[in-house]
Design a protein around this ligand. Sequence first.
Ligand code: 17E
Ligand code: FE2
Length: 412
Amino acid sequence: MIIHDVHIENASEHMDVRIEKGTFQQFAPAIEPHEGEEVIDGQGGVLIPPFVDPHVHLDAALTAGDPEWNETGTLFDGIRIWYERKKTLTVQDVKDRALHTLRMMARNGIQYVRSHVDVTDPGLTALHALLEVREQVAPFMTLQLVAFPQEGILSFPHGKELMEEAVKEGADVVGGIPHYEFTSEYGRESLRFLMDLAQRNDRLVDVHCDEIDDPASRNLETLATLAYESGMADRVTASHTTAMGSYNDAYAYKLFRLLRMSGINFVSNPLVNMHLGGRFDTYPKRRGLTRVKELNEAGINVAFGEDDIQDPWSPLGAGNMLDVVRMGLYAAQIMGYRQIMDAYRFVTYNGAATLHIAPEDYGIAVDKPANGVVLNAPNFYHALNENAETLYSIRGGKVIVRTKAKETSTAF
Ligand code: 17E
Ligand code: FE2
């Protein structure tokens, strides 16, 4: 197959791309098709690796308003409302909503997803549903599932046993929520427990860590130390870390040395944390985001996630990483021209590193799997401004999503 006329990762030249046996094989300004070779028209769009959403909650997706809308916009009301909705979960209900959501995401060029799955449920209903969904979508999407203890590990009855069981049943990643545990001692103990659980079972780690506007919430230093001392390093991800937006600069300076040494990844969820953060402030009102720009400039891996798609935490969410990047750049003030052009990395390469996808399996290069998306704009700056459609999403050399560019006319 040939993709005709694309700009590869913002390059100004127009290129043709040959795909053979599911891998990229040739990049040249003009490639003559073989007899019978399929050619698709890239229409001068930008070809980038597939989008990665490294942080979403598929079990809760599309439940907004049921049983009630989150009118306060706090994280805590979200958790309360979800606790009520959780009582009515069935495997079919979760599967239907998750699949619907994954199709929305796929249409916007997402091929890699890490979903947290609430396991503070004695029946593990959401996990059972998402294990099935993971199999069902495997040809089209890489779906990682995190055993996520929404109500805590030590603060929830049989929390440790539920985490162990979720890993035994096939969760790819071990999660946690130390800032929500009853005490800071429980928080630290939960981190030691979950890191040990991950190591014993050869799993990755992704913790909801310090998602609170409280400068005293310092679980991150414990997580990073455990990652450093255990050698788990880049197999560990700290999600949210919004308390870092409230830390004083002297402490943050000292912390950054440890973060660099630890090699851990960060995920910021700019749409949702701009919405949930600062809710207990009057004015000045904090942004409630982690230090994205500073982490990025320190060479620490930061990716952006969507977190919520129409659920008790956020009424909005369209499964489109362009929305996430746009908010991330505004909120973290990463708005230089080069920074905007490079910003696709927050939702491609940086997310892939977080998911621990092998570098040889991800990216636009000869012999790599032919996975990529063609956006309807010549580079990422224009793609963001024009909210460019995903003309093609290609996986293993097969077109899995195809969009006709929208046509609008004006009278002047
Ligand atoms: N649960 C949580 O603890 N934090 C979040 N941001 C979401 C669910 C979406
Ligand atoms: Fe989350």
